[in-house]
Design a binder for this molecule. Structure first.
Ligand code: 5GP
Length: 246
């Protein structure tokens, strides 16, 4: 059941990250995410701009969060306010990067000494400690619990929700000609009206997901920027067209 949430006023800047700026609002439990065109890779060792990325990513992320909400996933998404702004529930982020993989690619290919492209017999869930100063090292459940990054109950919710998100996104993207290779999620603890809930946060865009064309395996995501493959803007727009029907 969805209840209408009143639009608050935009207030001071809280935080500026690599791809987004977060603003406080007149409602203490809501914030505004502003999507920038800046692109970084390899923990900001490579920097650039992808023209209109912020607008495209806001549209893609809004469409995917809406889909997930409609299918029972609790997320921070409230509504898309403008080209680059999204109204979100304010979270205290759990410092885990949750990666779900369906296909061998990226750091998994490197770690296992395998070529990219093989579909896994079942999805792999990985955790990384969200610490830029340490280059986000891989960790497991025990690290997360021993170092109190989250509670056992939160970890169970995160695992369950990440698997559900994978199923929902895969099912949605397949008929749109997109192979969901892998993606990164972040979760947080709600505040105010959402106190006590673990919610899916951050964004779901080609910046943090590997999207391959289903027919040709052509990369339609940030790997085009990371690996200097060209046609970056065209690929982001193509994903937007397939997801949002733009
Ligand atoms: P890999 O570990 O293969 O480099 O990345 C796995 C997946 O998680 C890819 O879809 C990648 O885009 C995403 N990912 C991993 N770390 C980050 C990160 O720090 N930022 C973003 N935007 N995505 C990430």
């Amino acid at each position: 059941m969805s209840t209408t949430i009143a639009r608050p006023e935009k207030r001071e800047k809280l935080y500026e990250g690599k791809a987004k700026i977060l603003y406080a609002t007149s409602a203490p439990d809501l914030m505004i995410q502003y999507f920038k065109d800046d692109a970084t890779a390899f923990n900001a060792k490579k920097k650039g701009t992808i023209v209109e990325k912020g607008i495209v990513n806001n549209r893609i992320s809004s469409a995917l969060f809406k889909l997930l909400e409609e299918n029972g996933i609790r997320t921070h998404f409230v509504e898309r306010l403008s080209d680059r702004e999204m109204l979100c529930k304010r979270l205290s982020i759990i410092p885990l990067e949750v990666v779900v993989r369906n296909v061998v690619a990226g750091s998994l290919a490197k770690r296992m000494g395998l070529p990219e492209g093989e579909t896994l017999p079942w999805p792999i869930l990985e955790f990384y400690y969200k610490r830029d100063d340490l280059d986000d090292p891989p960790i497991n459940d025990d690290h997360a619990l021993v170092f109190k990054l989250c509670t056992a109950e939160e970890l169970e919710t995160i695992r369950r929700e990440a698997c559900k998100v994978n199923e929902l996104l895969t099912k949605f993207l397949d008929p749109r000609g997109i192979r969901l290779v892998d993606f990164k999620l972040e979760f947080g603890r709600g505040t105010g009206r959402w106190q006590g809930q673990v919610l899916l946060g951050d964004e779901i865009t080609p910046d943090g997901c590997r999207f391959w064309d289903k027919a040709t395996n052509e990369k339609l995501d940030k790997d085009r920027f990371r690996r200097d493959l060209g046609k970056i803007e065209e690929s982001y727009h193509e994903v937007e067209r397939r997801i949002c029907g733009a």
